[in-house]
Design a protein around this ligand. Sequence first.
Ligand SMILES: CC(C)(COP(=O)(O)OP(=O)(O)OC[C@H]1O[C@@H](n2cnc3c(N)ncnc32)[C@H](O)[C@@H]1OP(=O)(O)O)[C@@H](O)C(=O)NCCC(=O)NCCS
Length: 190
Amino acid sequence: MSIRVAGPQDWAFIHALVAQHFTGLVAESALCHWLCHESHRVFVAELGGRPVGFIHVQPRPAAGELWLNLIAVHAEARRGGVAARLLAHCEALAVGQGLTRLALQCHVGNPQGLAFYARAGFLRGEQHHDPEIGQDFVRHVREVPPGTAAAAFGAAPSIWAGRLRRLRYNLTIGRTSSLGELRSAAPIAR
Ligand SMILES: CC(C)(COP(=O)(O)OP(=O)(O)OC[C@H]1O[C@@H](n2cnc3c(N)ncnc32)[C@H](O)[C@@H]1OP(=O)(O)O)[C@@H](O)C(=O)NCCC(=O)NCCS
């Protein structure tokens, strides 16, 4: 299994996983923003030349943590260690950014996710209501193990490269998207 940065060839795969597992939790405009303007923070796990899972992360230097925003593995590839491998990559990225913790919020009604994070050694925090999404989540945190080797993010896309990608995304994936917008979703800064 290898981990690489996601490209436009992965958009349909990622979009399908997000539509399947995060409809009502992720707005179309947000996913478009992440894939086009934060493309260096989206990673795909590949097995036998095919994508089997992905993760999107965001550094939060003020909190000292790497935020795990979205992770999903194709149903046929589950329980094979794909998500665990993506998590290990995140640890290395965190170290590369001088961050000491991984953090995320998992929907209260997601037993698979809750079981995965418990097994991965995350501390389960308080349940809270996310006013932006209008649903309940549980915050999870885990320290990066000492001695973890560092990995660096690639270069962020320029503003123009991001805009070109967005155009391409809107003409292809966005046109047939079933994700829609969250009613209370805050506007995404561009
Ligand atoms: C949660 C998810 C990412 C896990 O991916 P995965 O590649 O199957 O996970 P791994 O194979 O790395 O699992 C590692 C360990 O986590 C635990 N685990 C993972 N999925 C589990 C499940 N459905 N039930 C119970 N334990 C589970 C197990 O202990 C597993 O080790 P084992 O298979 O040796 O018992 C995957 O089920 C998924 O994509 N779900 C839909 C999207 C989602 O819920 N994402 C999380 C949002 S917060």
